[in-house]
Design a protein around this ligand. Sequence first.
Ligand code: NAP
Ligand code: ZN
Ligand code: ZN
Length: 361
Amino acid sequence: MSTDYKFEGWCGLDPKAAEGNMVWQEYEPKPFSEDDVDIQISHCGICGSDIHSLRSGWGETPYPCVVGHEIVGKAVRVGKNVKHIKEGSRVGVGAQASSCLKPDCEACADGEENHCPNTVGTYCSKYPDGSKSYGGYANYNRTPSHFVLNIPESISSADAAPMLCGGITVYSPLKREGCGPGKKVGIVGLGGLGHFGVLFAKALGAEKVVVISRTSGKKADAEKMGADGFIATDEDKDWASTNANSLDLIVSTVSSPKLPLMGYLTLLRRKGVFIQVGAPEDALPQFNAFALIAKGCKIGGSLIGPPSEIQEMLELAAERKIKPWIQERPLDDANQAVVDMEDGKARYRYVLVNQKVAGKQ
Ligand code: NAP
Ligand code: ZN
Ligand code: ZN
């Protein structure tokens, strides 16, 4: 079967793409296999990772690229081997498009496909056949079905999109590190990921959720999201000592390497855990070993989440009616939206909307 649609999207051609210089053009997706799903995209969130990738911040990006990995739309072509996705269904794709899925792969066999050594990212990656992966600032997307999720009916497409990367990236470490009743949780950086951190930590029943931001500018919003406390690190010079030993778990979403890591570790209680999910382009600051050994604390990292956990998060979001704070932007204005995102203007996640198809699916 051949398709009667072309794959077109906002292509980054060089690092200047991150400054709003993407170009709308056609590109060649991976060859269709009977395990794949084609999606007519209605919505795609703008993640901080899109900007790092557009400007080759994490290493040379294989231009031309189409970024965007918070994709929602309609399944318009479904391979014969695919069981869980029906043509016409509302589906989504997060930041991962493929893994080896072999029984002798420790990560895949354990249901942690996100840590598979042969992972393929939704964009800027290569499939085993050598073809490139292209993301969601586009009209269509083609992804292997294992990484295509059904979106619960009660979550709107615009709300579901940013959950697929921004949401799962904080949900996963919160859940795995025991966020729940009796736990005091800190979320560093109130951006796209951070705001999901507050919403999910509350939904998981944390006793206290504290936002750690640079200034007090987002304090009122944090409180409306459900935060119980707020620390402004650029404004209160004694913030670390004043709030020392107050948190069991901290999830840091900060995208810059200029973070006061020693101060954050001071906030941990005995046996506390600090998880970094923000992915700065340069090394994190040094810290003193006593910041860990004196209180028996741990520092770690976390990478998105496997499809099963994304589905679990979506069910929780549907059940608890979790409402992300998003701002819709027309797909046609993707370049300006990327510039505004980089300027820190999103409150708290931009979602690109293809107005030609949204609402008509
Ligand atoms: P975002 O919306 O831009 O949020 C980042 C937040 O970091 C800002 O809102 C800001 O919070 C804080 N920040 C502190 N210092 C900063 C500085 N010098 N410049 C800019 N922001 C600063 O981005 P996001 O989409 O949430 O993504 C955050 C990071 O997570 C990115 O590095 C992204 O690549 C990474 N990420 C990782 C994964 C993973 O699997 N580990 C998945 C998705 C994204 P305040 O204003 O409150 O200080
Ligand atoms: Zn992302
Ligand atoms: Zn694997």
